[in-house]
Structure formats: structure tokens, C-alpha cells
Design a protein around this ligand. Structure first.
Ligand SMILES: [Zn+2]
Ligand SMILES: [Zn+2]
Length: 278
């Protein structure tokens, strides 16, 4: 039903009068088309002068949007079923089996409700994560964040009230100059329209680097390492933890333990890559 003021109900003379009164003599749609055309031309010129380079293979072309070319997106090792519905561990050696709980989740080893990763920690994405984390190559952030968003979309996780990065101890933050999880969480949240906090969860004490430790040693190393700071009501809420790599799940699980102790109802975890045990 049209009302008196409905654009479809206006007479052509009235439309013309309105345009004259507003100092505009061209139809609005024509101007919008010209504007869109100019933007398109500008973008094409930019693409011509600064062609997009694939974050994986470094080649130009074949990148309509995003940061990865079609060929790299086809070849990087996406994590898919069959996997553990709790911790997201993929069963790469039994590709025909249905999803099922892994040995650790059958023992209820983790404090988070579920975890998912975009890719296996191997190949070119592993290189990009290392360049970002240890080499300070911050230009790797947007393409890695894009993979994180892809994992989030396919995770089926309910929308979180808050996104939290896995915190670094202040000593390591000073050494590295940035928290890779913090940057990933910020970029991911910005693009996803979610709220992020960089202060709610903190690392209470210094822990040795986890790289050379086995699962049991890692668990012992991070036990009680995290605390939840006040100033933000998280009781009864849902949190999404963000980190770069899932190795044994012990760090994410300890973060989840501290959050649940503070009253958080559900904790989900998301990482760019997942390292499988040897
Ligand atoms: Zn590529
Ligand atoms: Zn599991």
C-alpha cells in the first residue's frame, strides 16, 4: 500500500520540484551510478598499479577478494570432518569414520566447551604464522585473521558476548613487542562485529615457553597461570578465546578454567592452526 509520501506515488513534476529545491538538477540514481562507476574505476586503477598479491604463493591475479588465491585456498589443509566434536581434533588417518570423541575428551580433559581451528599447522600457513609471531611480520595479520573468520563461520559456535585473546605475560610482551593472539582477536572482532577485551583475562605468572614440553609438562607449566580481572561482568556469559596455534589445548583449557571459576557459563576456543601430535 502506498502512502501519500511514498516515492512511487509522487508525480514527476513534484519529483522535479523537489530536486530543484534541493539544488540538484540530476536524478539521484544517475549521480549514484556515476559515483559507483568512479569508485569502480578508482579500484581498478589501484588494482592495476598495486595488484593484490596472494598471502600464500605471492602471485598476483586470481584474488577477487580476501588475501589468498584460489589455488592456495584449494591446497591449504583445511580441517574438516571427521573430527572430535569437543576439541576439534581431526582424524586425518581415518577419513571415512564419523565424528567421534577423542581419547582426551572421553576423559573430560578440557575446561572449554569446544575448540576449532581453521587449518593443520603445516605448509605455507605454518610459515606465515611463524613469520607473524616470531618475525614481527604484521602484514601477515589480515590473511591469518581471514582464516580465523572462516573457522568461526564453519564452527557452528553460538555468538559470544565477548572475544578474549590468550594473554601473554608482561615480560614476554616486552620481549616480543606485541601479543599475536591480541592482534588476531582485535582484527577478528573488528571484522565480525564482536566485542573484544584485552584486559579481562591476564597471565598471573611467568611460564616457560611450551615449545619443547610434552602434554603433561605443558599442563603443569600453565596450571593456575591465568586470572580474571574485575571491572567487567562476565558472570553467566559466553566467551570466545582466540589464539594462533592449538598444540595440546592445555593453555586454552587453563584460560577456560579461570573464566569458569569467575562465573563465565560457556567458553569456546578458536585458533588459526592446529598442530597434531607426532
Ligand atoms: Zn596463492
Ligand atoms: Zn577431543
Amino acid at each position: 500500500m502506498y502512502t501519500e509520501n511514498s516515492p512511487k506515488n509522487r508525480l514527476p513534476e513534484q519529483e522535479s520540484r523537489n530536486r530543484e529545491q534541493s539544488g540538484c538538477t540530476e536524478p539521484r540514481s544517475t549521480i549514484a551510478h556515476i559515483g559507483a562507476g568512479l569508485r569502480l574505476a578508482g579500484q581498478s586503477l589501484l588494482d592495476l598499479c598495486f595488484p593484490k598479491v596472494c598471502a600464500g604463493c605471492g602471485r598476483t591475479g586470481d584474488i577477487s577478494e580476501g588475501f589468498w588465491c584460489g589455488s592456495c585456498l584449494d591446497s591449504i589443509p583445511w580441517i574438516a570432518s571427521p573430527l572430535c566434536p569437543r576439541c576439534g581434533r581431526p582424524f586425518t588417518d581415518s577419513p571415512d569414520s564419523p565424528d567421534h570423541f577423542c581419547g582426551e575428551c572421553l576423559k573430560s580433559a578440557f575446561h572449554f566447551d569446544a575448540a576449532r581451528s581453521a587449518l593443520l599447522h603445516s605448509g605455507v600457513v605454518r610459515e606465515r604464522v611463524h613469520e607473524f609471531k616470531f618475525g614481527g611480520r604484521l602484514e601477515r595479520l589480515p590473511p591469518l585473521s581471514e582464516l580465523l573468520r572462516s573457522a568461526y563461520r564453519s564452527s557452528g559456535f553460538p555468538r559470544p558476548d565477548l572475544v578474549l585473546p590468550v594473554p601473554l605475560h608482561v615480560r614476554r610482551l616486552k620481549e616480543r613487542g606485541f601479543n599475536q593472539s591480541g592482534l588476531l582477536a582485535r582484527e577478528f572482532s573488528r571484522k565480525s562485529g564482536l566485542e573484544v577485551s584485552h584486559v579481562l583475562l591476564a597471565r598471573r605468572h611467568w611460564t616457560e615457553p611450551q615449545t619443547r614440553l610434552n602434554r603433561r609438562q605443558r599442563l603443569k607449566n600453565v596450571r593456575g597461570a591465568f586470572e580474571v580481572h574485575g571491572g567487567m561482568d562476565v558472570k553467566g556469559g559466553r566467551v570466545l578465546l582466540v589464539d594462533d596455534v592449538y598444540t595440546t589445548g592445555s593453555t586454552l583449557s587453563e584460560c577456560a578454567r579461570a573464566l569458569k571459576k569467575a562465573g563465565v557459563r560457556e567458553v569456546f576456543a578458536l585458533t588459526v592452526t592446529r598442530a597434531l601430535p607426532d
